[in-house]
Design a protein around this ligand. Structure first.
Ligand code: FES
Length: 65
């Protein structure tokens, strides 16, 4: 799915960069997201956060149980 229409960047490109340890600033510099209209900023940040997500509460529950 395209996240940034201005630069033609997809969610998988953003996710891959985040999983490889890139910061939001590095992703912006490398891929060009958030550098023109900025409408992709919220979704880009959500994708980065979800790519780095700690185990969810349910995962922690099952790890303890
Ligand atoms: S949609 Fe990403 S900068 Fe415009």
């Amino acid at each position: 799915m395209y996240v940034c229409l201005c630069k033609g960047v997809t969610d998988s490109q953003i996710r891959t960069a985040a999983e490889n340890g890139a910061s939001i600033r590095e992703i912006r510099d490398q891929l060009g997201v958030m550098t023109e209209c900025g409408k992709c900023a919220c979704l880009t940040k959500d994708i980065v956060r979800s790519s780095r997500q700690e185990p969810g509460a349910q995962d922690i529950f099952w790890a303890i149980a």
